[in-house]
Design a protein around this ligand. Structure first.
Ligand SMILES: [Fe+2]
Length: 295
């Protein structure tokens, strides 16, 4: 037993994302999970304040960051992993099924530069694969459904579940992105619910549930099983899928969906510069109804 990880959370209010710094107290090796790049969509400007805050915290504590881990290709923020890698040499890891996500989105963005073999990432995790963070043991658990490629990273008694579960009073994430599947999401959640009840769960987003005046991101398997408003014990797959499908039908596209996906499937890199030296993000446009005349 190598003890419990030291966990620090970083909340990014513009995208409601929680990033984590997870460290082994004996070797001071550490991993960053789901770092966020500061992206101002209106201005087309990108900054690194949020990742710098994580790096500063790590430096002050004397940590060596060995991994920067993505739970999935996020649709609501741009990944800060390339910056972590550039500054520390940490390896960028994601689930091996990211290849499917790359295959889905390459044609959407006409991303000729994008390889669809996952090789933009340094490591592709398989289900059940284990790696060390110092003396801590991290295990990748394949938890698809929200997207086809989600991974939960279990580090000793803590599991970083990405968007596979939200806080018990908020429920679950949507499952209607391309390749998402509410049935798969239900089964992934049930799988997480077989972890020991005291397992600490750290979620990737929080939006404050109705009646809660503060953000929250840590819960346990026991609490989720007892209280999750969408998927507590006793909710059947059929009921969950009916609820999730009805809710998803009413949700609009996330504000940063298009910018996020095209960067995150490139392991956080921006598309190549065009002939004028400028990098552009692409917005594929669907012409509906009368707009078809606007060409
Ligand atoms: Fe997500």
């Amino acid at each position: 037993m190598s003890g419990q990880p030291i966990i620090q959370a970083f909340f990014d209010e513009p995208t409601n994302t929680i990033s984590y710094l997870v460290a082994d107290r004996s070797t001071k090796h550490a991993a960053v999970i789901d770092p966020v790049l500061d992206y101002d969509h209106n201005a087309g400007e990108v900054d690194t304040r949020s990742v710098e805050a994580i790096l500063r915290m790590a430096e002050d504590a004397g940590y060596t960051i060995v991994w920067t881990l993505e739970t999935h290709a996020h649709a609501d923020h741009l990944s800060g992993s390339p910056y972590i890698k550039a500054k520390t040499g940490a390896k960028i890891g994601i689930g091996e099924h990211i290849k499917e996500v790359q295959r889905i989105f390459r044609p959407v963005f006409n991303a000729a530069d994008l390889k669809t073999d996952g090789s933009d990432f340094d490591h592709l995790f398989k289900d059940g694969e284990r790696v060390n963070i110092g003396e801590l043991e991290a295990e990748a658990i394949y938890t698809p459904g929200h997207t086809p490629a989600d991974i939960t990273y279990k580090v000793e008694d803590a599991a970083f579940v990405g968007d596979t579960l939200f806080m018990p009073d908020y429920g679950t994430a949507r499952a209607d992105f391309p390749g998402g599947d509410a049935h798969q999401l239900y089964r992934s959640i049930r799988r997480l619910m077989t972890l020991p009840p005291e397992t600490r769960l750290f979620i990737c987003h929080d939006y404050k549930a109705p009646g809660r005046d503060h953000y929250a991101w840590e819960t346990t398997v026991a609490e989720e099983r007892e209280k999750n408003v969408h998927v507590k014990d006793g909710v059947t797959e059929e009921d969950f899928v009916a609820m999730r499908t009805a809710r998803d039908a009413k949700l609009s596209a996330p504000r940063l969906l298009l910018p996020s996906i095209q960067v995150n499937i490139r392991a956080g890199r921006f598309p190549p510069a065009e002939a004028n030296g400028v990098r552009y993000l692409t917005i594929p446009v669907k012409l509906r109804g009368g707009a078809e005349a606007c060409v």
